[in-house]
Write a protein that binds this ligand. Structure first.
Ligand SMILES: C[S@@+](CC[C@H](N)C(=O)[O-])C[C@H]1O[C@@H](n2cnc3c(N)ncnc32)[C@H](O)[C@@H]1O
Length: 182
């Protein structure tokens, strides 16, 4: 069901959705693995899709941790909202900073991203990344997957520290970028 919904959204809007199928559980684990759960007060997830990462965030977070989910597609976002009503929801990731303030969150410990950055214009990429940088606590982490190493240079310029892990069991195989704010 999830795979069918995802594929139908990809066919409607290939550039925005960016992949024909949801990420694997191997990629989802690699995305949430760096999170220090007991110390985490708030997390944002950008581009949640059918929620393979959201499921882990919801399972692993402690009850006081706020999770804010950004998903542009109304059907996919509404579906997640009905599955996980205790999380916060917003449509466009470019509004991360204002949405965070609206929900009285000071700054995020982690921002997890499934956004297909390489399909976006440089202006949109910069606008989203400026919002992410402003919304992260000092020492906070931006964790993103991409299917190539093309974002490496841009992320190195923005963040203090960058580690990249390769996840082969995913369609297609993916790189996980873990970027730490100074
Ligand atoms: C490659 S899919 C990843 C979905 C899911 N995280 C996964 O890994 O299976 C990218 C998702 O980002 C969403 N998206 C694209 N642009 C967005 C934006 N500006 N704000 C919020 N979501 C966006 C798409 O609708 C799509 O669901």
């Amino acid at each position: 069901m999830e795979k069918f919904l995802f594929l139908s959204k990809f066919l409607q809007s290939p550039k925005t959705v960016g992949s024909i199928t949801p990420s694997s559980r191997f990629l989802a684990r690699a995305m949430v693995n760096p999170i220090d759960w007991p110390a985490t007060e708030s997390i944002a997830e950008l581009g949640a899709g059918t929620g393979i990462f959201t499921r882990y965030l919801h399972e692993l977070k402690h009850p006081g941790c706020k999770v804010m989910v950004f998903e542009r597609d109304d059907n996919m976002r509404n579906r997640l909202e009905s599955l996980y009503p205790d999380l916060y929801y917003h449509d466009n990731a470019v509004e991360i900073y204002s949405a965070m303030k609206k929900h009285h969150i000071n700054q995020f410990d982690y921002v997890i991203s499934g956004l297909p950055f390489m399909n976006f214009s440089q202006e949109l990429r910069d606008a989203i990344m400026e919002g992410v940088e402003k919304s992260l606590k000092p020492g906070g982490m931006f964790i993103a997957f991409q299917y190539s190493l093309q974002m490496k240079k841009q992320l190195e310029q923005r963040f203090n520290r960058l580690d990249i892990n390769f996840v082969p069991i995913n369609i297609p195989p993916a790189f996980v970028y873990c970027c730490q704010k100074a």
